[in-house]
Design a protein around this ligand. Sequence first.
Ligand code: AHR
Length: 512
Amino acid sequence: MKNTILGLAFCAALPVFAQQKATVTVHPDQGKQVINKEIYGQFAEHLGTCIYGGLWVGENSSIPNVKGYRTDVLEALKKLKVPVLRWPGGCFADEYHWMDGIGPRENRPKMVNNNWGGTVEDNSFGTHEFLNLCEILGCEPYISGNVGSGTVEELAKWVEYMTAEQGSPMAKLRKENGRERPWKVKYIGVGNESWGCGGNMYPEYYSDLYRRYQTYCRNYGGNRLYKIASGASDYDYRWTEVLMQRAAQQMDGLSLHYYTVTGWSGSKGSATDFSTDDYYWTLGKCREIEDVIKRHIAIMDKYDPQKRVGLIVDEWGTWWDEEPGTISGHLFQQNTLRDALVASLTLDIFHKYTDRIKMTNIAQIANVLQSMILTKKDKMVLTPTYHVFEMYNVHQDATFLPLDLQCERKIVRGDRIVPMVSATASRNKEGVVHISLSNVDLTESQDITLSLGDMSIKSVTGRILTSESIDDYNSFEHSDVVVPKDFKGAKIQKNGLQVKLPAKSIVVLEVK
Ligand code: AHR
């Protein structure tokens, strides 16, 4: 890695000699909002080897499996406490016809996955395989419906097939295909990226289509749908404005996609071979999601001051060049400690807006973009991003505790200002406080004075994720290069803690 840091800035309140010190003031008495566990949601698309090879190998595979699902992957995902899983796309969703994916597998028609490398899709993983997987994982399914190339009737019947009790024609068909009871399906997306791969629509036109399609997504029996409109990408504030103006009454959620990516054409940069300058740029771009979220929320607040409609960030994460030697269009990328820091910083930001952000889904769960899991035949590795999601799952459904943070900052390429420390805190139902701290500085450790108000502290334990080099990753040959370890760098002080946070590290503390 070349060393090219662009500049330094210091918080006004800190004297210059304190440049490697930081203060974090947690307010345990000000907790109001619960961090929706769905903020830790995942996304599985028919793309590359996410589904086939990553989650599903089929019952006849020599790779150990439970009813066709990889045993190693199931075990890893259970530890992650996945709250919700989005499927079948992404762009794939708007070309997917669900009836091709039910019934005996040998009779299911094939199709070409036009979005993702022209791979032939055999539909062996369909509605039953997906919804049964959600039941095994104990997570909510999030179905992404086809608006781009599907019909209102097709989507209406899919909802009926999945959720109607006995008696309806679709419930009868479901029963013939081996499933008597309906599944519980809460989240339904009406199209995906309808401004792009989902139909290249204008927001005015899509708003009308959204209103029409959602009308026929019915609540059967006790099932209650949470309907999500296809939302904006990044800085497209007009899309949000038009959708909120024209269709807010008909929606429960509005989506947003934001990738930490250099640009949509040309090289996006290597996942593993990057400079110091690239690294800090990535963090700047990652943190910019906060401004983007704030602006979309401000628009939503105008039309929905009660915050009834959720902002659903159903695609986010890093997007690098595909790994050399992998199939073009399959978006297979490695995952380093840099990606882990993008995950921790982004989750810290999502927690702050939990009154509006009801769900997010990192892209994607296996073998695609910023994955939790990478597989190669019978081998599996857990990525540094997986470890962040596992360490952070203590925040799921806990009460968000506001905090103030003062630390050193760097000005990075693109004139973005990146604070060197990021933090978030929550209190769970048992009264245990968890504090997550990230030090993004590549060379300097942080001496953090952490105050917890009046809370009387009896014990502190912690885990740390770090490695020798920021470009370290877990490979199929060396799968435990970047893994969490016990952390002993936090000491109890009067009114709080003193924490020594090593360079490029993520720590989650448990305070009782
Ligand atoms: O996550 C990969 C792709 O990115 C999705 O299919 C699409 O919605 C987005 O452009």
